[in-house]
Design a protein around this ligand. Sequence first.
Ligand SMILES: [Zn+2]
Length: 338
Amino acid sequence: MSAEESPVLPVYLGVDVGGTSVKIGIVDDTGRSLAHGKIATEHEKGPQDGVARILSFARGLLNEAGIVWEDIQALGLGTPGTMNVREGKLLHMPNMSGWNFFPIRNYFQEQSGKPVAFINDGNAAAYGEYWVGRGREHDSLVMVTLGTGVGGGVILQDGALHGDNSHGSECGHIIIDSSPDARVCPCGQPGHLEAYVSATSLVKRAEEQLIAGEASSLAETMEENGSFSALDIANHAEQGDPFAEAIIVETAELLGRGITSIMHIIDPGIVVLGGGVNFGGRESETGKKFLETIRKTVAELTFPVLAENTIIDFATLGSSCGYIGAAGVARKQFGQTS
Ligand SMILES: [Zn+2]
């Protein structure tokens, strides 16, 4: 190993808990991932069992990276759902209710013997992009993550916006439609961004329009399989289906509206788009059109200075952003300052 490739000590253990899997990585002081992997969450076994399996997997990663446990300065832990960051406690975990109200930060600290930084998964992902991803040149960043739901993260001058009740940065739940027939968000409230632009909502909107008689090559897929996915919509758009293209443009316009509102509160240097729903990203025509439409919508709705200066782009770390960001937050809270 050359000097450039040697890990810069100390290292941090980043953990990104999700409903189906937990991503875990060893990250060095410069934000480089030395070893990483994932395990099944198996949430039904409970949080104590989850923590034990995470730590056991982490020891394997350390061996792989040629790092000893003593070189770990701290752990960073990102979790979904609602939480009390100050108390280190989970509140309501979507689809993993056995973890509700568990004091996970202290338990992790006891079991690992290391200090633990605790953060919501949206802010962890945003911190990853801010530290070593697309936002590394910027002092502030907003990340909107499109997946089954819509996640959000806000980083201001090196700190995540938790809010007074740990409910800050929830970009998916800003109101973009106040009409009486607004769509209802999975959180139960009407008109939220997530109710329009998540993968689930996108498919629902497309299905409704097909049932109402819109013509599309997606109709065949629906007939064959009974349904279709956001990825199918992206593929059909890429193959030139006008309906699939139009619904992606509409999604970009709705998202652009939401992003404009967020920009008017935060005024970040950059807005990054993460998550699995990127319509092929910068590698595909559909992805490029999606991004261009968001930029155009924002430019039409925002102040001239922001239209000129605020960068909007895809994230660059992919699904690693969560554990890298969690490690970065641990570094910020417990890193050596010398
Ligand atoms: Zn909501």
